[in-house]
Design a protein around this ligand. Structure first.
Ligand SMILES: CC(C)(COP(=O)(O)OP(=O)(O)OC[C@H]1O[C@@H](n2cnc3c(N)ncnc32)[C@H](O)[C@@H]1OP(=O)(O)O)[C@@H](O)C(=O)NCCC(=O)NCCS
Length: 178
C-alpha cells in the first residue's frame, strides 16, 4: 500500500486524546512487525506471521493501529467475521469476533484501546454482523473493565479456553448501533 493511501487513512482515522499524543489508522503490511512486537510484549497469545497477514487481507478496515507522534506502533486491534447458525433457526448469521487488542505499557490508560475499539467496531459492522463477541481471560481485570465500559456482557464461561488452562469469559454485545 502506497504512502498516499496511508496518508488518506491517517486523515480518516484521526482520533486522538485531548493532548494529540496518538493517532489511529488502518494497518498496512509494513506495520505488521510493529504489531507483532506489541503483541509479544503484552499478551501470552502469539500468532504466526501468516495469521496476521490473513486477517489483514480479509478484514483490513477493522485491523487498526495506534501510532505515537513519531509513527511508532503503540497499539493494535484486529477483528474477523464468523458465520454461524443462529440459535432460533438454522439461518447463518455474521458475528464480529475480536481477535486481539493490545496497547504498549507506557501508553496505557490514555483512551487508546477505547479509540481502537470504537473505530474498528464501526468498520466490522459493514459485514452485516448481528453481534460483537470476544473471549477474555477471567483474570484480565483491565480488559474486562474496558469491554464492560463498551456495554459488553458476560454471556458464559469457556472452561480451560487458554493453552495454560485458564478459563475465558465469552462476552457479547448485541446492540450494534453504536
Ligand atoms: C486492556 C488494554 C487493551 C487497555 O488498553 P488502554 O489503552 O490502557 O485502555 P483505555 O485507556 O482505552 O481504557 C478504557 C477503559 O478501560 C478500563 N481499563 C483500562 N485499563 C484498566 C486498568 N488497568 N484497570 C481498570 N480498568 C481499566 C477502564 O474502564 C478505562 O476507562 P477509564 O480510564 O476512563 O477508567 C491494555 O491494558 C492491554 O494492552 N492489556 C494487555 C493486552 C490485553 O489484555 N488485551 C486484551 C485481551 S482479551
Amino acid at each position: 500500500m502506497g504512502t498516499k493511501d496511508k496518508d488518506t487513512q491517517i486523515n480518516y482515522f484521526v482520533n486522538s486524546n485531548n493532548k494529540n499524543s496518538f493517532f489511529i489508522r488502518q494497518c498496512t503490511l509494513e506495520d505488521l512487525e510493529g504489531v507483532i512486537t506489541v503483541n509479544e510484549k503484552e499478551l501470552p497469545e502469539d500468532y504466526p506471521y501468516f495469521f496476521y497477514k490473513s486477517i489483514l487481507n480479509n478484514f483490513p478496515k477493522a485491523f487498526l493501529v495506534a501510532c505515537s507522534k513519531n509513527e511508532k506502533i503503540i497499539g493494535y486491534v484486529m477483528w474477523r467475521v464468523e458465520r454461524t447458525p443462529s440459535i432460533n433457526n438454522l439461518r447463518l448469521i455474521n458475528k464480529g469476533h475480536l481477535v486481539s487488542i493490545a496497547v504498549s505499557s507506557t501508553y496505557k490508560r490514555k483512551g487508546i484501546a477505547m479509540a481502537l475499539l470504537l473505530n474498528s467496531m464501526q468498520a466490522i459492522k459493514t459485514f452485516k454482523i448481528i453481534e460483537y463477541v470476544l473471549e477474555v481471560r477471567v483474570s484480565n481485570y483491565s480488559a474486562i473493565n474496558l469491554y464492560k465500559k463498551l456495554n459488553f456482557k458476560i454471556e458464559s464461561i469457556k472452561k480451560k479456553y487458554y493453552r495454560d488452562s485458564e478459563d475465558a469469559y465469552y462476552m457479547t454485545f448485541k446492540n450494534i448501533n453504536i
